[in-house]
Design a protein around this ligand. Structure first.
Ligand SMILES: [Zn+2]
Length: 118
């Protein structure tokens, strides 16, 4: 397995995620991402509009949480590359299958343990 290639893939996805995240929210003081409400001043907004907007905000929050979790996995994998422990299953400590890492460079567990967890 080519670690440099995995690293490139991770960094590319990280950039993508960060740009998606910055379109949905902002980083708060603790370094967490939070969704920002749509900044729109529409004086003619009626109650239906308001309801739509809060639904939209919840959707953004949900999407943002998924992206943030993925970003954390990626950062974790990048750290593992730095420390030389990349590609090891966090549960059983065995090397993760190469095809699994190719499909998901940020995988934390091998296939056997993934099935156990899910
Ligand atoms: Zn395992």
């Amino acid at each position: 397995m080519n670690i440099q290639e995995q690293k490139n893939k991770l960094e590319e996805e990280k950039k993508l995620l960060e740009s998606e995240l910055s379109g949905l929210g902002r980083v708060d003081k603790t370094g967490d991402w939070e969704a920002t409400p749509e900044v729109q001043t529409a004086p003619e907004a009626d109650e239906n509009d308001m309801a739509d907007r809060s639904e939209d905000f919840e959707e953004r929050s949900a999407t943002l949480n998924v992206l943030e979790e993925r970003l954390m996995d990626i950062n974790h994998a990048l750290q593992n590359i730095e420390s030389g422990t990349y590609g090891m299953c966090e549960v059983c400590g065995m090397p993760i299958e190469e095809d699994r890492l190719e499909a998901n460079p940020a995988a934390r567990t091998c296939k056997v343990c993934m099935e156990k967890v899910v």
